[in-house]
Design a protein around this ligand. Structure first.
Ligand SMILES: Nc1ncnc2c1ncn2[C@@H]1O[C@H](COP(=O)(O)OP(=O)(O)O)[C@@H](O)[C@H]1O
Ligand SMILES: [Mg+2]
Length: 278
C-alpha cells in the first residue's frame, strides 16, 4: 500500500537470489513481474536500450490486461476486446540462466497508469480474467512468480492478491507503519478481493544493522501481527539500492558491504522458502 518501503528492492533481490542459489538442492525457475506503472523493477533489471525496445513492441504487463493495439486515451475507459491474454513465452525477457534455472522478467510501462483510473467493475472483469489466466500459465511454467505491486489499493493490487499464495509486506521503520500494516491486512482479507486469501509475511526492511527499532518491537509484540512477522529482517545496506540497468546487484558486485548484504538477503530468502513450504 505504501511507497518507498522496499517492495521493489525486496522483489529484485529475492527473485535474483532464488534463481542463483540452490534451495532444497535445486535452483529454481523464477519469474519477476513488474506490476507498477513506475516501472522501477524494469529499470533495475534492464538497460534503457533493451527496455524501450521491449516497450515499443508491447512486451509488457500492459498487454496482459488489454489488447496492445488499443488507442490510449486517458479519458476513455479501456476495455479489452477479448479474454485471452498473450502467452508467457511472448512477453518474458530472460535476465539470467544457469542449467535449468532462470530469472525471467516481464517489464511494466508508464502507460499502465491509464488503466489505473477508476473503472466500474463490469468493465474491469475482462482485464481481471486475462490477468488470472496469465498468472495461471506463469504458475505452471515457473517455480516462483514474484509480482512487484504499486503503492495503492487498485485493480492491480486486487488482481495481484487474487492470484497470489503469499504476500510479502515490507515494513520500513517509520511512524505510520503500524497503521499501514493494519490497512494492508484488512485489504488482503476483504471480500471484494475475492475468495483467495494469500498468506501474509511481514518483512522488516531498512532495519538497523545492530539494533531493533521501537516500531519493529511494537509490531512484533502486537498479537494481531506477531504470527505474520518474519524472524529475519532486511537491513539497510547501500548495496541494496545500487541496482540499475541490470548492473550493481549484490551477487555480482564487489563493492563494500556487498557480501554482507548478500548474506543478509540469503537468510531472508531461506526463511521465506521455509515459510512457503511449511
Ligand atoms: N534494505 C535497504 N537498504 C538500502 N536501501 C534500501 C533498502 N530497501 C529499500 N531501499 C531504498 O529505498 C528506496 C525505496 O525502495 P523501493 O524498493 O523502491 O520501495 P517501493 O518499491 O516500496 O516504493 C529506494 O531508493 C531503495 O533503493
Ligand atoms: Mg516499487
Amino acid at each position: 500500500m505504501k511507497g518507498g518501503v522496499g517492495k521493489t528492492t525486496v522483489t529484485m533481490h529475492l527473485a535474483g537470489t532464488f534463481a542463483r542459489l540452490e534451495f532444497n538442492k535445486r535452483r529454481k525457475k523464477i519469474l519477476a513481474i513488474d506490476y507498477d506503472p513506475q516501472f522501477n523493477l524494469s529499470q533495475a533489471f534492464l538497460p534503457p536500450r533493451i527496455y524501450f525496445g521491449l516497450e515499443k513492441r508491447n512486451k509488457t504487463i500492459m498487454s496482459v490486461l488489454v489488447d496492445s493495439d488499443k488507442n490510449l486515451d486517458p479519458f476513455k475507459i479501456q476495455v479489452p476486446g477479448n479474454e485471452s491474454p498473450p502467452s508467457v513465452a511472448e512477453l518474458k525477457f530472460n535476465i539470467y540462466n544457469y542449467k535449468d534455472a532462470c530469472l525471467d522478467i516481464i517489464p511494466s510501462t508508464l502507460d499502465l497508469m491509464y488503466l489505473a483510473l477508476g473503472q466500474p467493475e463490469k468493465k474491469t472483469k475482462p482485464m481481471e480474467e486475462r490477468f488470472n489466466k496469465f498468472i495461471a500459465e506463469c504458475k505452471s511454467e515457473y517455480d516462483l512468480v514474484f509480482i512487484d505491486c504499486h503503492p495503492a489499493g487498485s485493480l492491480f493490487t486486487k488482481t495481484a492478491l487474487q492470484n497470489s499464495n503469499h504476500v510479502i509486506i515490507p515494513v520500513a521503520p517509520e511512524r505510520y507503519a503500524i497503521r499501514g500494516i493494519g490497512l494492508m491486512m484488512q485489504f488482503i482479507k476483504a471480500k471484494t478481493i475475492g475468495a483467495n486469501i494469500p498468506k501474509p509475511h511481514i518483512l522488516f526492511n531498512l532495519a538497523d544493522r545492530r539494533g531493533i527499532s521501537t516500531i519493529e518491537r511494537t509490531i512484533r509484540d502486537d498479537p494481531k501481527f506477531k504470527d505474520y512477522c518474519m524472524g529475519q529482517t532486511l537491513k539497510k545496506y547501500k548495496a541494496f539500492s545500487d541496482p540499475i540497468d541490470g548492473k550493481g546487484f549484490v551477487w555480482s558486485s564487489a563493492k563494500p558491504y556487498s557480501t554482507e548484504a548478500f548474506l543478509n538477503v540469503l537468510k531472508v530468502a531461506r526463511e521465506f522458502y521455509d515459510r512457503i513450504n511449511e
